[in-house]
Design a protein around this ligand. Structure first.
Ligand code: PEP
Ligand code: MG
Length: 314
């Protein structure tokens, strides 16, 4: 009878931890959207669309060359919509195409990809879109249709931005294609030291948010190829130069009231996240599996900040 009584006591579901610093999740494939949403994350801080494109097995240029833009837009639309549906009411930042030119080689159209001596420093991210407006336009058309369909939680994040004029050019292109850019959430990734140093200029240019792409920010700040194991020990997220750049950006964004986030791998590292929260970052975006630990880290760090404030001596 005692066991039966115990079994009758309902088990309370674990209450979600609410933190003042948003904890968002990185998503790379629409198939992962439901699992990502089940973590209770506050939104998607990075939706990569490269995997979706690799799944189509044709390069964006192939679609343009063959007059099949509509097909590309539809596939992209459906993939992104799956994630937006899983995160209704929460922000989802979709990153525009960021593939280096050696990433799509094995797909139809891959033979037309430019050959570069150093793809990581070359024709990728926003700089490529601004030089291949047809490719940029297909993406913009897809976003426009999603906004028109009522997906107000969609935000767009431009990768590998180096100068505010690139952001302004992107905004102008969106405007020329019928997008109300003042109403929409458009931001940048901070992946190049130059953009971290002059983040105030980006704020003046009207970014609604920025997000640290630390995977690239570390490699460019330290001149260490992120994929070169021979010098892997020099790939150091806690290098003082990297941390100073990040600290500077967070400060500037905090003063201006602009959301500052992180979506690189360092955003899944509890020690690094603890430091970021102490600097006053507004949100972090982590890998799906890291969310519970990161949420706990953020909550504990925030509590410690409060205690330090409340019981500060003198
Ligand atoms: C980054 O650079 O930190 C990032 C999130 O982008 P990717 O890893 O796709 O270059
Ligand atoms: Mg990057």
């Amino acid at each position: 009878p005692a066991a039966a009584a115990a079994a009758a006591v309902p088990v309370a579901a674990a209450a979600p931890i609410i933190t003042a610093t948003s904890v968002k999740v990185n998503v790379s494939m629409p198939e992962a959207a439901a699992r990502a949403a089940a973590t209770g994350a506050d939104g998607v801080g990075l939706l990569r669309i490269e995997h979706l494109i690799i799944g189509m097995n044709k390069t964006p240029s192939w679609y343009i060359k063959n007059g099949k833009e509509e097909e590309f837009i539809t596939e992209l639309y459906n993939g992104i919509r799956t994630v937006l549906d899983a995160f209704r009411g929460k922000p989802v930042w979709v990153r525009t195409i960021d593939s280096p030119t050696d990433e799509f080689l094995n797909m139809a159209g891959g033979e037309d990809e430019p050959h570069e001596h150093n793809p990581m420093l070359g024709f990728r991210g926003l700089r490529r879109d601004l030089r291949q407006m047809a490719q940029f336009k297909m993406q913009a058309e897809c976003f426009k249709r999603l906004w028109e369909a009522g997906y107000d939680n969609l935000g767009i994040m431009f990768p590998l931005v180096q100068h505010p004029r690139e952001f302004l050019a992107a905004k102008e292109a969106f405007r020329s294609w019928g997008i109300d850019v003042d109403k929409r959430v458009l931001g940048i990734m901070v992946e190049i030291p130059a953009s971290a140093i002059i983040i105030d200029e980006f704020i003046k240019a009207g970014i609604k948010f920025c997000s640290f792409g630390t995977n690239d920010l570390i490699q460019y700040t330290l001149a260490v190829d992120r994929n070169n194991g021979m010098i892997g020990d020099m790939y150091e997220p806690e290098h003082p130069a990297v941390m100073r750049l990040i600290k500077h950006c967070i400060e500037q964004c905090r003063e201006a009231g602009v959301e500052c986030s992180i979506c690189g791998q360092a955003g899944s590292d509890p020690m690094f996240v603890k430091w970021l929260v102490n600097q006053g970052i507004s949100s972090v975006s982590s890998n799906i599996d890291a969310i519970p630990k990161i949420r706990e880290t953020v909550a504990k760090t925030e509590r410690q900040i409060l205690l330090n404030m409340a019981f500060k001596k003198n």
